[in-house]
Write a protein that binds this ligand. Structure first.
Ligand code: HEC
Length: 112
């Protein structure tokens, strides 16, 4: 199997499995919400494909995105882990613009 196909299959199973992802939501609330606001709004700001591209483009895409944002790097840099990143992207992909997920209330977060 070609690697790109394997990744596509992996991602499509990820996005159906993790339409809602509490661990990823927790990461977002802890690490990102202070600057970016609503987790669902952030997830919806891109399509699944765009989050996937971002996720595979480097080993630390979140840190790359913020490399010119000193405050963000200071907050995220020292304790950013692969596990957090994996959970975060599962949440973002599962709730992307074209995911079909409907934002709502649950134990972790309430609102659009
Ligand atoms: C200290 C504040 C801060 C924190 C914490 C932070 N960011 Fe950012 N982020 C910024 C700023 C400032 C920019 C660049 C300006 C912009 O484009 O919004 C940015 C840019 C981005 C972008 C690209 C611009 C866009 O289209 O929105 C994404 C995606 C992003 N951040 C996601 C995240 C995620 C996910 C987290 C949590 C892991 C996070 N950020 C944590 C401040 C922060």
């Amino acid at each position: 199997m070609k690697p790109i196909l394997a990744i596509t299959i992996l991602i499509s199973s990820l996005s159906t499995l993790y339409a809602y992802h509490p661990e990823g939501m927790k990461v977002y609330k802890k690490e990102c919400m202070i600057c970016h606001g609503s987790p669902f709004r952030m997830a919806e700001s891109r399509k699944q494909y765009d989050w996937e591209q971002m996720m595979f483009q480097s080993s630390r895409p979140i840190l790359d995105l913020h490399k010119n944002e000193k405050e963000a790097i200071e907050r995220l840099g020292s304790n950013w882990t692969d596990k957090k990143q994996e959970n975060l992207f599962k949440f973002l992909i599962g709730n992307a613009k074209d995911s079909g997920a409907v934002p709502g209330c649950d134990g972790n977060y309430c609102g659009p």
